[in-house]
Design a protein. Sequence first.
Length: 579
Amino acid sequence: MTSPVTALAYPFRQRFLNYQEINDQLEAWARAFPEFVRLQSIGTSVEGRALHLLTIGREPNRDRPSVWVDGNMHATELSGSSVALAIAEDFIRLHAEPDFDAQSLPPHVRDVLRELRVYVLPRMSPDGAEAVLTTGRYVRSNPRDRRPEAHRPRWVSRDMDGDGLALLIRKEDPAGEFVESREVRGLMLPRELEDIGPFYKVFPEGVIEDWDGHTIPDPYFLGDNDTDLNRNFPWSWAPEPEQEGAGVYPTSEPEARAVVDFVTKEPTIFAWLNLHTFGGCYIRPLGNAPDRKMNPFDLAVFRQVAQWGEDHGGYPTVSGFEEFTYEPEKPLHGALADYAFHQRGAIALVCELWDLFAQLGFARKKPFVDHYTMLTRAELEALGAWDRTQNQSRIVRPWRPIEHPQLGRVEAGGVDPRIGMSNPPLEQLRELCARQSAFFLRLAAMSPRLAIPEVTVEPLGADLHRVTAVITNEGYLPTHILESAKELPFNEPPSVIAVGRNGAHLVDPKGARRALGHIDGWGRGKFGGAFALFFQRSRGSVSRREACWIVRGSGSVEIRVESCRTGTVTRTIAIGERH
Ligand SMILES: [Zn+2]
């Protein structure tokens, strides 16, 4: 028998969905499961597309520990949307199918996951993704350019040979920097000294705007699309020219602004997965300093997360600063995951989906970022050969002669990076989705879990009772989540308040609320606690607090543990004769 969730599934594990299909999928879930799926738009793109956010979990308005997943903030990175949808679907199954094993997690961990509130933004750049899906053109985030400077010759992507796609053009030139591979027809290689030609210039398929008739401008990855959303977030934002693609001010882009507006009102978010492609690695903080500058508890937590990344996600984890700065020791500015970690206090990481290099058998490079630029000719040809045998030749496309209105005789075609380079072959999407969900479900299960496991009522005579509540954190993480997040203004330590009802009154109403301080969970991160073989010991009552009140009269007392960071837990107890 097909489960109701399976029956509703759009083919996001088989191919990349367009904007309308993603919306249809989200609406289908929200319609079928109104008790635990809510769909809302948190903003609108410049081309008028809604930025749809899914909230999963019963009572979506009740504050409690929450997690966030977003995908496809970079337009070509379409498989991020598939993975985000797969994670959403697994959380929906947790609620809809009691027997669902949640990527092999035991029942008590599934209970933790069912208590969470889960936010999923499957496609942060719908305009960009739509342009990539329809034309294959290169767009970093969004296919728009609102820069005021005119009369600046530049390349503008456009289909020139009538096949609907905007890929590359090449033109023979004795000063060309490229040659065609002899091993893999059509594959362009950086020219080497001994090469005998023909030599080529390679440009985007398109036209030169504001052309002077002879000078060909350098193509530039933000040549006709002005802002990289992942440089537009507020934490450590820096303007051009210090940071390419920054945008004119932090959250100048409606997509970035929508995310920041929404999450600013949700201090409960403690885990954040920012999905990108490609490479096959997780990038964790710090992005701006080496590990020795990182808080040791935070580092131990990320070490545990990295272990799940290795075991379940299948990728190594690297420090942003140590292995993912494009220029050594020059941190990126305005990146989303940095904002989520430093400013929102979340266990935030980037996943670069699709381990192309590992699948080609390349040795792991260190720093990891060298995989993208330090490829040998043999490695490029291995990629071309793999494309032919394992990827149905989706990347290396035939070159076809055309007459270009500005450059004369050129050839169009070359490389379609969408499937096999920027994203995995479609045949691998299903496994990618399952593995990344298995990873993220474990990260989400680190949630702090406040509880009031015990309330005792002792009669003191003369219509008085002493009410004692035990408050515990039974989750992995402390209520402040990360040590480095403790000082954030919204990182409020929980307090407990007692409210007398139906004839019961606190003798000292001013003492109704008690500060509890932050409460540790049981987790210490990997290699983070006192687990030395020669001295295996626990900590004392770091996960437990007690509070008591004197109550007069009969009725009930509501005990409420509150913090904007971890939400609210309540328990009500009867007092006096009306037991
Ligand atoms: Zn990206």
